[in-house]
Design a protein around this ligand. Sequence first.
Ligand code: SAM
Length: 220
Amino acid sequence: MDSEFWLERWVRNEIGFHQREINAHLQEYWGRLGVVPGGRVFVPLCGKSRDLLWLRAEGHAVVGVEVSPLAVEAFFRENELDVQITSQGSFRRWESDGLVILQGDLFHLSAADLADVAGVYDRASLVALPPSMRQRYATHLRSILPPRAEKLLVTMEYDQAQMDGPPFAVEQAEVEALYGDAYTIERLFALDVLGENQRFRERGVSRMEERVYRLVPRAG
Ligand SMILES: C[S@@+](CC[C@H](N)C(=O)[O-])C[C@H]1O[C@@H](n2cnc3c(N)ncnc32)[C@H](O)[C@@H]1O
């Protein structure tokens, strides 16, 4: 499940993960993080999520990373934003009034790209990755994020035998294993949301729990 997989998904417009509305958990729980207005927020694997706009409206400088040029172009076009395109290392840097998307591979991001980031919003990002890549993703992010950056993380739990990912099931035990040594993990929400998710019912899933966590870096 490399970049080619995702580039192809965007070409075929197979983007069932994309939400027309602002994510309800983001609106409900973002305030639980200690990220002050003006603080810079990182959105990994951002797609063309409109949540970027919500975060900017909250007063944040926003930086997303997304591998698909189609997704990035669509984000700025569909939201009628004037955009300036420059380059930043191996990335194409798309910017509109405090909102930046670095178009390229997350695994090529460096600490300099995420300097001053105070908060991270991870929705449909960790769960987009197969098990072998999730450890790499968590390790890479930890190595490049400023030590004090908090995270809001949205995951899904279901029986992986009933459906192939993405989205992949990421149980709470795995969240603890990936992040527990560096972060205090507070669960903010857990609910079976299968009733609202016809596309997963159609794929044979009998339980689909969504979970939201606040991750606070441990001192030191
Ligand atoms: C499931 S989608 C979620 C998008 C967004 N978070 C949302 O909530 O709509 C995952 C996204 O990650 C992008 N992606 C996958 N691997 C990537 C990588 N290595 N670097 C940057 N983007 C990547 C894909 O193109 C896709 O748009």
